[in-house]
Write a protein that binds this ligand. Sequence first.
Ligand code: ZN
Length: 462
Amino acid sequence: MAIHFIPNDPRAGRAAPPLRRQAKRPEPAEGHAGFSYQRPPPEGVAAPGTPQFLFWQVRDAALAALRAWEACAGPHTRWQGRRTRLPLRPDEGEDLNAFYDRATVSFFHQEVAPGRVVYAGASTDVVAHEVGHGLLDSVRADLWDITFLEVGAFHEAFGDCLGILTALEDRATRVALLAQAPTLRKRNFVESFAEELAWGIGRAIPGHNAAEPRHAHNRFHFQIPSSLPADGPPGALINEVHSFAMLFTGCFWDLIAGLYARATTPGPAALRTAARRAGKLLIAGARAAVVTPRFFLSVGRAMAQADLALHRGRHLDTLAAAFAGHGLVLGPVAAGGGRARGAALPAAAPGPLQPVPLTGLHPQLEGVVVLAPTVRAAGPAGARGAPPGSDEDTAAEVQAFVAGLLARRRIALAPPGARGAAVAPRHDHTTHEVRELRGQRRLVRKRFLCACHAGPGLFSAR
Ligand SMILES: [Zn+2]
């Protein structure tokens, strides 16, 4: 029996392959990790907007994302926490949102205009992005609680990169993409991300930064994130994880375009080879990158090390050019960094973590710490008055990021007078909370959230 499947995004435009009928994907083979489902509806060709369509759409998109990862990284056998099944929730109710919180991958829906309902799970872009958080978490669980903006932004970028890789595993998509953008060096439906969700955000909050789809084909140039504005018009680069992610995704897109440009026989097959090669370097780099405030550069350098180890550095020029185009200079790569040719790169060892106090940011964060890897000793006066240029000052990075979370109401704080954190479970758009751990009150992550619009209550029923 067949199902209906949207290979990209419901609003990807006329250049993209439309809704199609296809056989459902098989479940992952024995020994591979996969997803679990609640009460799956019967298989069949169902109309978009029905629960039956949404279930099979989300399932196939999630399995396609897993397949794209495996095409680059080999068998996926365990999620974070050594689990073989990750619960997939196609529709958890009303919200303009989707998230990965380690317990589930969850999607929501929202009526943004009369009769116009946005289902986050109807977009293969969005599903692949959320699954991407889960896959990255399965190999780099240590990134979860790191409070550096670039680490959070890399998690978001990784989701978008997996969305690109998922799209490029689909032959009809590669054919359509090469018709629209033969060298990939222009705007197109693959580098444009989650078009329908962005449209929905624009309907709900006109002028919001996330009302423009994120673009991997971009000319953004690296700046220290905290030097960027906290907010900006649709599509502008701002000091926020989803927006800042575009800088890294831009490097990744340019790497694919650069590798494809070197193909002797251009065409859909060569494009898949280029995408897989870039994906392999990305995943190897993500596994090995050392956590520092300048994490984009750290991943780029680990990708260069991986290319040296895996391909004798054959793609170093293309890689360096892709990053340099966005202001990230990878510099010389030492040959000793990788292991013997062809061997898997070792995973990065977690650096020593030190408690960084969150003093002076919010009354409820007094006495609360985050654990952060210290790259260089923090300045003596604690950090907040750190001199310009000390961009690797851990404490300053942490405090800037937490201040941004507070400004966006991303931290679950107790209402005045209440004890303990309390947030309405519905429309909970927080990503962090304070937990008592080993005698310390620590700020920790709850989830990666797709909704980059502001706080709870905004989308409550009219
Ligand atoms: Zn995300």
